[in-house]
Design a protein around this ligand. Structure first.
Ligand code: MN
Length: 243
């Protein structure tokens, strides 16, 4: 009797474990299609970049625009479980193979928007923490553009001339620094989607959509670009260059 009691007890414990496992399963199964992308917290306060970018612009840009890209991305991915499983970078890399044109466009715009903004926030820092490019990055900038001032001038021109909405970028391409710009929420890592000439590894990106500056600068995009240099996170950009 003692043995049988032990057996029953073991069975009971085992059943209890199974029940607990089963209780976890619906959660585990839905994790495949549930929203997989979340809004990352800003690495500083909304007002940390003032007076160059105002707090209200940051609050709307992060909490509304960036959040909307993520929300729209998750809605689209709910219809495509095999894409929903992928981390953002491999998802964007696999876009040229996505046959459904509408899905491809939605993921390109909103997945690109998510990636670009996450990158952008990490590219910025309060003015007192902006720092300077590393010696290696400075040397590469001088080699590619002649001087830091010449680099800023060319980058500013690329950002000013980008018609409509888009981004200006500093990239590494074949071991050299290069300035490019992309339309909408495309970026230089989008192989098969953006022209080969604009492809490379992004080091620095500037959002020139009107939502990035209009509240404070209105139509004065060049003023926004000039002020933006004060809040570039040079230590982060230098780390990317090193990597
Ligand atoms: Mn933006």
């Amino acid at each position: 009797m003692k043995n049988s009691f032990s057996l029953d007890r073991r069975k009971f414990v085992k059943l209890g474990t199974l029940a607990a496992t089963a209780a976890l399963l619906p959660h585990a199964a839905s994790a495949q299609t549930a929203p997989v992308h979340k809004l990352p917290a800003l690495p500083y306060a909304f007002d940390a970049l003032e007076p160059h970018i105002d707090a209200r612009t940051m609050e709307i840009h992060h909490g509304k625009h960036h959040a909307a890209y993520i929300n729209n991305l998750n809605i689209a991915l709910a219809t495509a479980p095999e894409l929903a499983k992928q981390p953002l970078e491999s998802l964007l890399a696999s876009l040229p193979t996505v046959g459904d044109e509408a899905l491809r466009a939605t993921v390109r715009n909103n997945g690109g928007g998510h990636w670009n903004h996450d990158f952008f926030w990490k590219t910025l820092a309060p003015a007192e923490k902006s720092g300077k490019p590393s010696a290696e990055l400075s040397a590469a900038i001088n080699a590619a553009f002649g001087s830091m001032d010449a680099f800023k001038k060319s980058f500013g021109e690329a950002a000013t001339k980008r018609f409509g909405s888009g981004w200006a970028w500093l990239i590494v391409k074949d071991g050299k620094l290069k300035i490019t710009s992309t339309a909408n929420q495309d970026n230089p890592a989008m192989k098969g989607l953006v022209p080969d000439a604009d492809l490379g590894t992004p080091l620095l990106g500037l959002d020139v959509w009107e939502h990035a500056y209009y509240l404070h600068y209105q139509n004065r995009r060049p003023d926004y670009i000039a002020a933006w240099w004060n809040i570039v996170n040079w230590p982060a950009v230098s780390e990317r260059f090193k990597a």
